[in-house]
Design a protein around this ligand. Structure first.
Ligand code: AP5
Length: 192
């Protein structure tokens, strides 16, 4: 089974992807994590994307499509969870073509719905917790970058809701419950 977790920053995509990895042995492909790793290890690509990511803007389609393309060459395990990808219409088209090339299909797109004020609270809360624990705070987990992340989501990513709805792939879940409640709702829309 190959699925996309679609939702704004702080919707819980990464949290629920980890649950699906645990439950179903799926492989999580998070473009955000891949880009942060590249940034932390100081690769040429990492240096190129650092300022863009920190500001809360989207990096180029070419870069993220290249990252996903590489991963699809490897083990497919119990299927892929695309976490934070695709985020634009060209990325969605590219993913469709890549899956087809590898003889794979997309089984579901899980849209996680969360109100903006809750998203802001979760992201600000994560930054505060990290600060209290003396851990590094994500460079884009501040109110200024979050405003841009949300704007980018509504402008460039939310059109994917209609795109996948038209294909009959969209399943929407209420992302406002507890982590366990959201996990149960996702399990229900995906089936056993
Ligand atoms: P990315 O890493 O994808 O970040 P994001 O989508 O902006 O946001 P998060 O990862 O913070 O949110 P999430 O939905 O995963 O929530 P999480 O589970 O972490 O992208 C970062 C940047 O990389 C982008 O801005 C862009 O620059 C670049 N990028 C990445 N992919 C790209 C692409 N495809 N194209 C172009 N650029 C790309 O949860 C958040 C917090 O809430 C946590 O503290 C968690 O514990 C808590 N939480 C989760 N669920 C619940 C719940 N149900 N109740 C209470 N708290 C909860």
């Amino acid at each position: 089974m190959n699925i996309i977790l679609l939702g704004p920053p702080g919707a819980g995509k990464g949290t629920q992807a980890a649950k699906l990895v645990e439950e179903r042995g799926m492989i999580q492909l998070s473009t955000g994590d891949m880009l942060r790793e590249a940034k932390a290890s100081g690769t040429e690509m990492g240096k190129k994307v650092a300022a863009i990511m920190d500001a809360g803007e989207l990096v180029t389609d070419e870069i993220v499509i290249g990252l996903i393309e590489e991963k699809l060459e490897g083990d497919t395990g119990g299927g892929f969870i695309f976490d934070g990808f695709p985020r634009t219409l060209p990325q969605a088209d590219a993913l469709g073509a890549l899956l087809e090339k590898h003889g794979q299909t997309l089984d579901a797109v899980v849209e996680m719905r969360v109100d903006d004020d809750v998203l802001v609270g979760r992201i600000v809360g994560r930054a505060e917790e990290a600060r209290k624990a003396g851990q590094p705070v994500r460079a884009d987990d501040n109110e200024e970058s979050l405003k841009i992340r949300l704007m980018e989501y509504y402008k460039k990513t939310s059109p994917l809701i209609g795109y996948y709805w038209a294909k009959g792939d969209l399943k929407s879940v209420n992302g406002l419950g507890t982590i366990d409640e959201v996990q149960a709702e996702i399990a229900e829309v995906l089936g056993a």
